[in-house]
Design a protein around this ligand. Structure first.
Ligand SMILES: *Cc1c(COP(=O)(O)O)cnc(C)c1O
Length: 392
């Protein structure tokens, strides 16, 4: 394969994204000039305080919420933990039953499984269909008198499948059960409106939409009782202790505002590249299957199973050719367990093992898509030639 090599072809945007230069520029003054503690009362801290509250209003506006319904956190995992552990604590008198799905991110699934093991909750894990989707009817049927929370991932981080969130929200509201959604992959990428969709709690993370790492937010609908997860000082109206990460929060709000302003146009462009990549892979490689929903999927997600070879070997070969991709979820690569998401979708172990995720961004170029379509079939051919499973 003596093709001209490209470098840094980054196709792992579901794991994290590049921070926009404009976002970095918006953050910088809050490190070097207006670095006062946003909770201090003197004038030097006023700019930081104002930036914090402006950011809160911006984030709220982008998801159809009110400013006082936004709590800034240290990322998506923390926001999920705060919602799940908080509801278990605050609503213990009503019951301890929670409902989730088999395809949640580990920030939700491991947290809930841990809570169930400790006896804090009783957990129902709903199965998904072959596309990784659940229905509102499944949720409605699983609700019991002692159910206090339903937690369903908005858009899946591995296969990109988008769940019928508005319908699930309506079902939960009708049954008077709180509804949390891990929207870390959705916010900034597809339209999200917490009021319209009857969402009570929603987690987001800035680094999944070209903002900085280590900062996120939890939307908590007015009227929902939620104790703090991190205790200490009275920041975030007593909901999240710790000196506010003002630069990070400004970065989150700036990035989200930019995403939402151009969402339709950008997602159309990304989707066109995604579809070209999918079509090219299906055309040039035999025994390959697209994972996830064919249409109700994130505009930037490609996930395929390539039979007779290991996802890990494909990743290594792609890496040698300058392409950064992922097999299954980033958190589990490194271990050889097949993805829990693909298994829940009914894929046999050996096929789940050969899965490859390529996630694009608006910074992905047509040349990069061409390059992958040139390199990947050759890699597959080479690996299959060495595979004892491949006998064609
Ligand atoms: C990345 C991700 C998380 C975790 O967010 P962090 O900011 O890394 O803690 C949670 N849920 C989903 C769906 C994700 O994609």
């Amino acid at each position: 394969m003596q093709k001209e090599l490209m470098k840094n072809v980054y196709l792992d945007n579901a794991a994290t994204t590049k921070v926009r230069p404009e976002v970095v520029a918006a953050m910088l003054p809050f490190y070097t000039e207006s670095y006062g503690n946003a909770s201090s009362l003197y004038r030097f801290a006023q700019e930081a305080h104002k930036a914090l509250e402006d950011a809160r209003a911006t984030v709220a506006k982008c998801i159809g919420a009110q400013a006082n319904e936004i709590i800034f956190t240290g990322g998506g995992s923390e926001a999920d933990n705060m919602a799940l552990r908080g509801v278990a604590k605050a609503y213990a008198k009503k019951g301890k039953h929670m409902i989730t799905t088999a395809v949640e991110h580990h920030a939700v699934l491991h947290t809930l499984e841990g809570m169930a093991k400790e006896g804090k909750i009783e957990l129902t894990v709903l199965p998904v269909d072959e596309f990784g989707q659940i229905t509102a009817q499944q949720v409605a049927e699983a609700i019991r008198p002692d159910t206090i929370l339903v937690s369903v991932i908005f858009a899946n981080n591995e296969v990109g499948t988008i769940n019928p969130i508005a319908e699930i929200g309506a079902a939960c509201r009708a049954a008077d059960v709180l509804f949390h959604t891990d929207a870390v992959q959705a916010v900034g990428h597809v339209p999200v409106d917490v009021a319209e969709m009857n969402i009570d709690l929603l987690a987001m993370a800035a680094h999944k939409f070209h903002g900085p790492k280590g900062v996120g937010a939890l939307y908590v609908r007015k009227g929902v009782r939620l104790p703090p997860l991190i205790t200490g000082g009275g920041q975030e109206r007593g909901k999240r202790a710790g000196t506010e990460n003002v630069p990070g929060i400004v970065g989150l709000a700036t990035a989200l505002e930019m995403q939402v302003a151009h969402m339709q146009e950008v997602s159309q462009q990304v989707q066109t590249k995604r579809d070209r990549l999918i079509a090219g892979i299906l055309e040039t490689i035999s025994d390959v299957k697209l994972n996830g929903h064919p249409t109700q999927r994130l505009p930037n997600n490609v996930n395929v199973s390539i039979r007779y070879i290991e996802g890990e070997s494909i990743l290594l070969m792609l890496d040698l050719n300058g392409i950064a991709a992922s097999s299954g979820s980033a958190c589990t690569s490194g271990s050889l367990d097949p993805s829990h998401v693909l298994l829940a979708m009914g894929l046999p172990h050996e096929i789940a093992h050969g899965s490859l995720r390529l996630t694009l961004s608006e910074f992905t170029t047509d040349e990069e898509v061409d390059y992958v379509l040139e390199i990947l079939p050759e890699i597959v051919k080479r690996l299959r030639a060495m595979s004892p499973l491949y006998t064609k």
